[in-house]
Design a protein around this ligand. Structure first.
Ligand SMILES: N[C@@H](CCC(=O)N[C@@H](CS)C(=O)NCC(=O)O)C(=O)O
Length: 225
């Protein structure tokens, strides 16, 4: 669905972020879920490097993006938002109770078991590549990432998706794996690379990514330059 300023659903996103973060900001998850659900949405764009508007903390206690609102609910936390959208969306979640529970388990696995180690590595590589402490710490962190990815790869070997169909768990896992795009850790993996490519080949993902990147093409706002 195209972004629609009249839509009932509203999400927040950043107007511009530096290139290393473009395509990684967490509103991508929510846009992708909405695209899979066929739901139109409008976007409240915020300046990433400025103070958040005071009223924004009512919606997101930590001032982060994304937030989400529809006719019934206001939500923060990308995992909670994606699960909310996934409920009642067969493309993102099976209709049976065990299937719904397993979908939630994979969303949590992406956020709790995979994302933290990836974030630790990305923080070193992107923000502290030359620090002495980072040089000492990095090998151990990379080993931790490789171990987690190895287990994930074991799960996915011989399968298209984490469960019998694409779910919100795959959506979340894919967006988490994208945070390793500056390395070969996923790109060189014979199971994870095709898995990520398979998920990202979905038209809903392509539309979501395009929509996130669209405002960035306006360039860096002058006040941030
Ligand atoms: N756990 C939160 C994390 C949200 C988050 O870290 N958002 C980043 C952008 S991807 C952000 O807003 N960073 C700016 C900040 O923390 O002030 C979620 O998944 O929604």
């Amino acid at each position: 669905m195209p972004v629609d300023p009249q839509a009932a659903v509203e999400i927040s996103a950043f107007r511009w972020v530096p290139p290393f973060a473009q395509g990684l900001v967490r509103d991508l998850r929510v846009r992708w879920a909405l695209e899979e659900a066929g739901a139109a949405y409008r976007v409240r764009l915020l300046d990433a490097l400025s103070e958040r508007p005071h009223d924004y903390f009512q919606e997101q206690p930590f001032g982060q993006v994304p937030v989400y609102r529809d006719a019934d609910v206001r939500l923060f936390e990308s995992g909670a938002i994606v699960l909310h959208i996934a409920e009642g969306t067969p493309a993102l979640m099976p209709g049976d109770r065990p299937g719904r529970a397993r979908t939630a388990a994979w969303v949590f696995a992406a956020l709790n078991s995979i994302e933290p180690v990836i974030t630790e590595l990305a923080t070193i590589d992107l923000f502290h590549p030359d620090a002495d402490w980072a040089r000492i710490r990095r090998p151990e962190v990379e080993t931790k990432v490789r171990t987690r990815l190895g287990r994930l790869s074991d799960r996915l070997a011989g399968r298209q998706y984490l469960e019998d169909q694409f779910t919100a768990g795959d959506l979340m896992m894919t967006t988490v794996l994208r945070n390793l795009r500056h390395t070969e850790l996923v790109a060189a993996d014979p199971v994870l690379a095709p898995y990520q490519a398979r998920c990202e080949a979905r038209p809903a993902f392509k539309r979501a990514l395009e929509a996130q990147l669209a405002p960035f093409h306006q360039g860096e706002p002058a006040e941030m330059a």
